[in-house]
Write a protein that binds this ligand. Structure first.
Ligand code: FE2
Length: 481
């Protein structure tokens, strides 16, 4: 695929009443490049680089039932330079999307309703599309659009698609959308899960981006595994009972089922000897999409994440039946005593937890979690960000406005400040009142808005975003590049 390929351009606009294809999730149909966006407030001089946010934006009306996780990845980028901001959005031009563009309509099914594509398409790109729609991560100077059921897709700083990245052909299987960069060593640690044994593989890439370790991990069953935790010394895996069922998927049924009878286990590996195996700890079944952070504390590893009592996303026609709220939670896995102790840190529903990534794997004091105005069975409306002081057990809420629909707040460090919260939280905010969109910059220290960068048109809600500091080769680290 040429990186000079012309934009997807305006696909024939279409609409749907599906809650994840309308309202705040309604896809857009164009790719724009706009210089010098209007700004309310002032862009901090120290904020130099690009904010990228990924999310599902199907180019064509879906075949059959749509699942939010199915949509083609579209990356929205704002670059700050010289106190000005420019915007660009591009689809990730996956091999599957290219086949659909040639056909002029959707060909692939999704997680809620699988559809077998024609044989020649399966031979060319496989039975499922690698939509690369979940996250964006930079390591060793390479920007990767990530989706957990496929390989990473490399994109350029201008958001053109280079193609799937295989780590020189060494990566076997898919790659999680939530890799961790060790701020001290520069290593990239990630896993991939598969419906076929080995169900999990753990990988390490060195600071130059070469895959230097791949370790299979045995699980009793294939499960969906969205995130994991890495501390300075350990890797923590979560074997939770969102069980993957390929036969059901091929039969047109949902490919993921909540099966608490499968049990739940937390597994710990020693980063110094990944081949030494996993030490597993049985816990009550729960679900977690996202980890905030982890750190070592002597013989224990402490993990914080957003824990829900069960899987809180429906697949197929299944309904959750009730709101299932994730709460910020802490696990302390004591390897000497052989037990796990837990505590819930907040009684307000929230997700999309982030830290200053300079503290990834280390004792971070501050955590930033999306605040929900509403969390019911069909509507999750994030409208702000909660700054948790994990040391003191206190918190501060910043609201983006009474009709705001926000997403994840990504942390951009201010190189002029050395304190952990010396930086800014960047969040792409949609206003339900007038359907306008803006990138809102909040000072993470004061938790006050300092700038609002106005987009030329609405941007749908999405998944994860990342700050790419100018001149760095990892996301945003002060240390190590
Ligand atoms: Fe995620």
């Amino acid at each position: 695929m040429s990186i000079d390929a012309p934009p997807v351009g305006d696909t024939s606009p279409w609409s749907s009443s599906d809650p994840f294809l309308s309202g705040a999730w309604e896809p857009i149909h164009d790719e724009l490049y706009v210089e010098d966006l209007p700004v309310t407030g002032e862009i901090p001089p120290g904020l130099t680089g690009s904010y990228l946010r990924n999310g599902p934006n199907p180019a064509f009306a879906p075949r059959g039932a749509y699942h939010l996780f199915d949509g083609d990845g579209m990356v929205h980028g704002v670059t700050f330079e010289g106190g000005r901001a420019r915007y660009r959005n591009r689809w990730v031009r996956s091999a599957g999307l290219e086949v659909e563009r040639r056909a002029g309509h959707a060909i692939f099914g999704g997680l809620s309703e699988f559809q077998m594509p024609p044989e020649d398409v399966v031979a060319e790109v496989g039975a499922m599309k690698n939509v690369a729609n979940t996250h964006v991560w930079r390591h060793a100077g390479r920007i990767l659009a990530l989706m957990e059921a496929g390989r990473p897709t490399e994109i350029t700083p201008e958001l053109a698609t280079v193609g799937e990245h295989t780590f020189d052909g060494r990566l076997v299987g898919p790659m999680t959308a939530h890799p961790k960069t060790d701020p001290e060593t520069g290593e990239l640690i990630f896993f991939g899960y598969s419906p076929f044994p080995p169900f999990v593989r753990l990988h390490v890439a060195d600071p130059a981006g070469h895959l230097v370790a791949s370790v299979p991990v045995d699980l009793p069953a294939a499960v969906m595994m969205h995130d994991f935790a890495v501390s300075r010394d350990r890797v923590v895996l979560f074997d939770l009972p969102a069980v993957f069922d390929v036969q059901a998927l091929l039969a047109g049924q949902p490919g993921v089922r909540w099966e608490p009878g499968n049990g739940a286990r937390i597994g710990v590996l020693d980063r110094a000897d990944l081949n030494a195996g996993v030490r597993w700890f049985d816990v009550e079944p729960f679900w977690m999409f996202h980890v905030l952070n982890a750190h070592d504390d002597g013989d224990a590893v402490v993990v914080e994440g957003c824990r829900a009592p069960r899987l809180n996303v429906a697949f197929g026609d299944e309904s959750l039946g009730e709101p299932v709220e994730p709460l910020l939670h802490r696990w302390r896995i004591d390897l000497a005593e052989g037990r796990v102790t837990e505590e819930t840190l907040d009684d307000r529903a929230g997700d999309f937890p982030r830290i200053n990534d300079d503290l990834a794997g280390l004792p971070a004091r501050y955590g930033y979690v999306a605040h929900a105005r509403a969390w019911d069975e069909t509507l999750v409306a994030f409208d702000g960000v909660v700054k948790h002081d994990l040391g003191k057990g206190t918190s501060v809420v910043h609201s983006y406005g009474p009709t705001a629909r926000a997403g994840e707040a990504a942390f951009a460090p201010d190189l002029g400040r050395s304190n952990e919260d010396g930086g800014w939280l960047l969040n792409l905010v949609l206003d339900d009142a007038d359907r306008s969109s803006a990138l809102v910059v909040v000072d993470a220290e004061s938790m006050e808005e300092v700038a609002r960068v106005h987009f030329p048109r609405r941007v749908p809600l999405g998944f994860h975003g990342t700050w790419l500091a100018e001149g760095a080769s990892t996301n945003n680290h002060r240390r190590g590049a």
